[in-house]
Write a protein that binds this ligand. Structure first.
Ligand code: HEC
Ligand code: HEC
Ligand code: HEC
Length: 428
């Protein structure tokens, strides 16, 4: 966000915040309870909660790099400053050990902590608010039976006055729609299950829907594509440039494994989402694929569009970008060049990868900087080049890749794009 837009956003937030503040800012504390013990919950409910936590990506945000699962401390960069996910293990002093079921439900539904303070929507309660009581109780049972870890997240560092939590009241008045999602009787059970998961726990729109200046999803543009951690989260609606290539079946495979015959592997912030879905119940992932397929406007019986022949304009690209060509030969060709084992084994050539065809170089540049690292340890691996190539070299390789593997116009101002990608994609 440019400084001017940031200032405008802050001013808007402050005005809205003050107006709302007077009305409903105050929320009561919910009294602490004795910490529940494993015997207080049915094992079945705990198991169900484990699955739901996976679908909701709780561990993705609530675990620091090399930290203990759910003990918090992971920084989340936002246009308004840095927030830290908190400790959600049942530690009594630093976690949620003394939270009652009602306190937990209120946090997930209304974004209010046990002590009555407002929570930032970095915890995607605008989605979790749609989750049923039964599912929230199972999540509670699961979290309360994890090992308690003593850990305090660092203080948030937000631009003043946003550190003042009561301002969030105004945000909620404007943008938070609480409540469940009524099933659509005209649709199948699978579709309805998919919608429940996508809109609720899966919070897919939190990355794939564009946001307004106050950081709220723009509902009229649901799934029209958004930005997440310096990556583009492509549109999942009918405007998707890739929709032609997707079918319900290939969507299912992509969500489950991160692979698709026509696209590059799920990279960046989509990778942990896929990692979660890889161990979710198969019928839930099928339901998600069914619902997303319908948002994209795919016909159920649709055959995939034929795979276009690969583009490879090696000679022309080498003429235009000799330095990029030399760098590519050294750093990339072993995996992406002619006859490289990966391509020979059927992984898509770079000309079939969205990131290379996209109008915006962001995802290609992020892929080069960050590489691909499957969180499970198995799956496609690409080394990060952030520390071994200069910004200028990354820009030259990207320019070469664009010319060689696409017939689209060259990306303008790549050096700026690399600097910006580094800034946005880095942990603060
Ligand atoms: C996109 C990141 C993200 C995801 C995903 C996420 N959280 Fe959080 N969560 C946060 C952040 C950030 C906070 C702290 C918000 C604040 O300081 O106001 C938080 C706070 C909380 C709190 C309040 C804790 C306290 O001490 O105040 C609870 C409870 C919670 N999360 C539970 C969950 C559960 C359960 C899930 C999975 C269903 C989940 N979160 C998924 C980012 C996330
Ligand atoms: C934390 C942010 C984030 C969340 C949450 C998220 N996605 Fe994504 N998604 C991305 C990004 C970034 C990409 C691009 C990945 C790449 O370039 O490899 C992506 C790519 C995709 C694609 C491929 C699109 C295409 O046409 O190339 C699909 C399909 C998809 N996501 C579906 C989902 C679904 C379904 C959910 C919810 C279960 C979801 N995503 C949740 C960030 C996210
Ligand atoms: C060790 C092998 C290896 C090296 C070296 C390598 N890559 Fe990759 N790269 C991969 C794999 C594996 C994938 C995922 C492909 C798939 O299965 O879809 C990938 C994917 C990509 C993608 C698509 C990312 C997405 O959004 O899905 C781009 C762009 C890319 N590589 C560019 C490069 C460039 C440029 C270089 C050199 C600077 C490079 N790669 C070096 C293995 C490698």
């Amino acid at each position: 966000m440019t400084p001017r837009r940031t200032v405008a956003a802050l001013a808007a937030l402050a005005v809205v915040g003050l107006a709302g503040f007077a009305v409903v800012a105050w929320k009561p504390e919910i009294a602490p309870v004795r910490r529940p013990m494993a015997g207080d919950f049915a094992p079945d409910e705990v198991r169900r909660g484990a699955t739901l936590a996976t679908l909701g990506d709780c561990a993705v945000c609530h675990t620091a790099d090399n930290g203990v699962i759910y003990a918090g401390g992971r920084p989340l960069a936002t246009p308004f400053g840095t927030l830290y996910a908190t400790n959600i293990t049942p530690d009594e002093a630093t976690g949620i050990g003394r939270w009652s079921k009602d306190a937990f439900r209120r946090a997930m539904r209304d974004g209010v902590a046990r002590d009555g303070s407002h929570l930032y929507p970095a915890l995607p309660y605008d989605h979790y608010t749609h989750v049923t009581d039964g599912d929230l109780d199972a999540l509670y049972a699961y979290l309360m039976t994890r090992p308690a870890v003593e850990a305090r997240a660092p203080e948030n560092s937000l631009i003043p006055p946003l550190g003042f939590r009561p301002l969030l009241t105004g945000w909620k008045l404007l943008f938070l729609e609480t409540g469940g999602i009524a099933p659509d009787p005209a649709r199948s059970d699978t579709w309805n299950r998919g919608r429940y998961l996508v809109e609720g726990l899966g919070h897919c729109g939190s990355c794939h829907t564009p946001r307004n200046l106050a950081g709220a999803e723009i509902r009229s543009k649901a799934f029209a594509g958004g930005v997440a951690e310096g990556w583009n989260a492509p549109p999942l609606d009918a405007s998707s440039a890739a929709a032609r290539a997707w079918t319900a079946e290939t969507l299912y495979t992509y969500l489950r494994t991160g692979l698709s015959p026509r696209q590059g592997a799920a990279a960046g912030p989509m990778e942990p989402v896929v990692h979660g879905l890889s161990s979710a119940p198969e019928e839930d992932v099928r339901a998600i694929a069914t619902y997303i397929g319908s948002v994209m406007g795919l016909k159920a019986s649709k055959e995939p569009a034929p795979v276009p022949p690969p583009v490879d304009r090696a000679a022309e690209a080498a003429r235009e970008h000799p330095e990029g060509a030399a760098l590519f030969a050294g750093a990339c060709a072993g995996c992406h060049g002619d006859g490289a084992p990966m391509v020979a084994q059927g992984r898509p050539p770079l000309s079939h990868v969205d990131a290379v065809q996209a109008e915006d170089p962001r995802n290609a540049v992020q892929a080069i900087l960050q590489g691909l690292k499957p969180s499970s340890g198995v799956g496609p691996y690409m080394p990060p080049f952030r520390d071994s190539l200069t910004d200028g070299q990354v820009a030259q390789i990207a320019a070469y890749v664009r010319t060689r593997f696409s017939e689209k116009p060259a990306w303008p101002e790549l050096a700026d794009a690399v600097a910006e990608a580094k800034r946005e994609g880095s942990s603060p």
